[in-house]
Design a protein. Structure first.
Length: 116
């Protein structure tokens, strides 16, 4: 979806870089944060974000699940997506309308989900 601003939150630099590069190649506008604290600072600033894609284990005082709940409450128009290789989130654990991807995921699968 052209014009969609995606905030990718991932503490592993290589995964964040590869994911962001793929999404840019798919036509998305991407900004990156290494943890939830940095992501919240971006959201509280002037950064326009349409979609949040976060890892769950962020090696921060706030994990990805808590980040999604905070974003859902403060910025309800931001679409929420999460991924993890360590846990499987059920829909009841996440904010309403959030989607979860188990790692490893196909990049094309996430890009397609972001378009719809």
């Amino acid at each position: 979806m052209a014009g969609t601003n995606i905030l990718v939150v991932e503490d592993e630099a290589f995964i964040r870089m590869v994911t962001s590069e793929f999404l840019r190649d798919e036509g998305f506008s991407v900004i990156e944060a290494e943890n939830a604290t940095a992501a919240l600072a971006m959201l509280e600033g002037d950064q326009e974000v349409d979609l949040l894609f976060t890892d769950i284990d962020l090696n921060d005082r706030i994990d990805g699940l808590e980040l999604m709940h905070l974003v859902a409450n403060r910025w309800p128009n931001v679409r929420l997506f999460a991924a993890s290789g360590a846990v499987i989130l059920t829909p009841s654990a996440m904010p309403q309308r959030a989607k979860f991807f188990a790692k490893p995921y196909a990049m094309s699968t996430i890009a397609e989900a972001f378009r719809h």
